[in-house]
Design a protein around this ligand. Structure first.
Ligand SMILES: Nc1ncnc2c1ncn2[C@@H]1O[C@H](COP(=O)(O)OP(=O)(O)OP(=O)(O)O)[C@@H](O)[C@H]1O
Length: 269
């Protein structure tokens, strides 16, 4: 969608002359995400904009928006410095409500997994990592890369706050092809690529086992509802998390508690 078509004004930074018009990628309740370029035409970037909320008191709204943008950028910068796979922050104006970051090519992990599952012959059946009929290796490998990325994230003292397979991108590796239009023998490639974590709007800095366990639990639940057929493969995420992150054993014990609380809550309705 071209910005000119949108029913709201874009931030001022997007009104300056550019070689290609910015496009609106998503419009959520809190923010909008545009694809544009940074400094040179060949450098695509994602601009996250939190517009003013008319229903909030203007002073409070300005303070909240500024704090959220600054906090998201700060967490991303910390992750980037520590080598966690996240988009690099290019520029920001927290008072104006926007932040520009590296554009991550590829598809969301959710789309890659669903395309992979859609290609399996026994549609509707549950699969496990020991499945004999189909070789699940590429999908299990993806699960492991997800666990490694989360382990690296937690190691830096950051919890994401909203881990889902939509908040992870699969960035094509050189020679890889993650476009969903590949020929039959290339189908495995829909789950190839580097896992890059995005959307740090709810991220916080924490070293607590409890917060880390809740982060994993949120992903476990999201995974089970988004990819029910591959639910069993989630174990591979936890396995590689354990291999990446020294403090994982105590987090995984905490995860048992968190699951138990979750089950109790759902039994009580
Ligand atoms: N750096 C990026 N590169 C490419 N695509 C991105 C990038 N960041 C976000 N996207 C795309 O835009 C979508 C929305 O981004 P994001 O989840 O950060 O915004 P949001 O959900 O509106 O944020 P919030 O939850 O903080 O309000 C993502 O699902 C993804 O498809």
């Amino acid at each position: 969608m071209a910005v000119a078509d949108a029913q709201f004004p874009p931030p001022k930074v997007l009104t300056y002359p550019a070689s290609a018009p910015p496009s609106l990628i998503t419009q959520g309740a809190e923010g909008r995400l545009y694809k544009t370029t940074h400094l040179v035409p060949g450098r695509p970037c994602a601009l996250k904009y939190r517009p003013p909320k008319p229903y909030r008191h203007p002073t409070l709204d300005a303070r909240l928006t500024k704090a959220r943008i600054s906090s998201e950028a700060k967490v991303l910068e910390r992750c980037w410095r520590e080598g966690v796979p996240v988009p690099a922050v290019y520029a920001m104006d927290p008072a104006a409500g926007w932040m520009m970051m590296e554009w991550i090519e590829g598809i969301p992990v959710r789309v890659g997994i669903n395309e992979w599952l859609g290609e399996r012959p026994e549609d509707g059946a549950e699969i496990s990592s020991s499945s004999q009929e189909t070789d699940q290796t590429p999908l299990v490998d993806l699960m492991k890369r997800i666990g490694t990325a989360i382990g690296a994230l937690h190691k830096t003292g950051v919890v994401h706050g909203d881990l889902t397979t939509s908040n992870m991108m699969l960035r094509p590796t050189r020679g890889g092809q993650v476009d969903g239009c590949a020929g039959d023998e290339d189908k495995a490639r829909v789950v190839e690529g580097d896992v890059v974590l995005i959307d740090f709007g709810l991220a916080t800095q924490s070293m607590a086992d409890e917060d880390r366990a809740v982060d994993l639990y949120v992903l476990e639940r999201a995974f089970a509802s988004t990819h029910p057929r591959a639910e069993k493969l989630f174990a591979a995420v936890l396995q590689s998390y354990k291999e990446t992150f020294k403090k994982a054993p105590s987090v995984l014990i905490k995860l048992e508690d968190v699951r138990m609380r979750g089950r109790k809550r759902s039994m009580l309705g």
